[in-house]
Design a protein around this ligand. Structure first.
Ligand code: 2OP
Length: 290
């Protein structure tokens, strides 16, 4: 709905549950007249409808239940994601694929390896959502508009997420210099826990509106060939001293996918934390059946 309202092309919703995508699409389609918008949106239970898509967004799979980590979804969601990745390989190898399903970094890796697309064309949407949440929490804490905040989050979109206070700028000043350590720790913990907090408040299902907004940001970068820095889970091949892993780092994203992976100048503490997160992703990767 966000993509349609933003005028980002023709939208096809696919879901394996009969009638679900058609019903949702019909409901969204009916919104146009009252909104005085025009957009194209259709639904189908036939995944072959992805044929010819320029951008494919994968949200399929189970969401967390209260108390669950994103990583606990690994086995349940792998099978679903693999089947979709094979369909992409077959029917839409030209697409740019944005993975949203959790555990995000592992599912991004699985889509990449199964679809055999170029690593430039498969990204995971996670740390830009975490940066949006971090921004929002900073904005509320300091009573500063979110437009004045440039928050940076890297690492796993999971328990090993790393909101980087030193490299987060508020009106051009490092966040580290603006608030005391105790408050900073709280802000970081709240950011890491934000998705779980929503899951626990909802009781069933996971966050929805902020993820869709963060997704819109990613699709806009592709559609507008923006090539501005945005945090994404991407395949590293030597960057940050890491190989054969998908993990969240800032990238330049445009119409052909990843133009550049930005290597931040991390201090030793940040680097250590980043490598620790990468280790835990690697340990989970070992359980993936590719
Ligand atoms: C979240 O952080 C769904 O992983 C997503 O809410």
């Amino acid at each position: 709905m966000r993509l349609a309202e933003a005028g980002l092309g023709e939208i096809m919703l696919c879901d394996v549950v009969k009638g679900l995508a058609q019903g949702k699409a019909q409901d969204m389609h009916d919104s146009q007249a009252a909104l005085k918008y025009r957009y194209s949106i259709e639904g189908s239970d036939d995944i072959s409808k992805i044929q010819g898509s320029q951008v494919i967004i994968i949200t399929a799979g189970l969401a967390r239940k209260p108390g669950m980590t994103r990583e606990e979804l690994l086995q349940k969601n792998s099978q679903i994601i693999k089947e979709i990745a094979l369909q992409i390989k077959d029917k839409a190898p030209q697409a740019i694929v944005i993975v949203v399903t959790n555990p995000l970094d592992l599912m991004t890796y699985l889509v990449l390896k199964t679809s055999k697309l170029s690593p430039k064309r498969v990204v995971g949407m996670g740390v830009n959502l975490d940066a949006a949440r971090f921004t929002n929490l900073i904005s509320r804490e300091l009573n500063i508009p979110n437009t004045e905040i440039n928050a940076l989050v890297i690492g796993a979109h999971g328990e090993g997420m790393l909101p980087l206070a030193r490299l987060t700028q508020v009106k051009g000043v490092s966040l580290e210099e603006l608030i005391d350590e105790a408050k900073l720790k709280k802000l970081i913990a709240a950011t890491v826990n934000r998705g779980a907090e929503v899951v626990s408040l909802l009781g069933s299902g996971s966050a929805y509106f902020a993820p869709s907004a963060a997704l819109l940001e990613v699709v806009r970068a592709v559609a507008g060939n923006q090539k501005r820095a945005i945090g994404l889970s991407v395949y590293l091949n030597g960057e940050y001293g890491l190989k054969d892993i998908c993990i969240g780092v800032p990238c330049l994203l445009g119409k052909n996918g990843i133009e550049k992976i930005i290597e931040l100048d991390l201090n030793s503490e940040e680097r250590q934390a980043f490598l620790k997160t990468a280790d835990s992703i690697k340990a989970n990767l070992a359980h993936l059946k590719i």
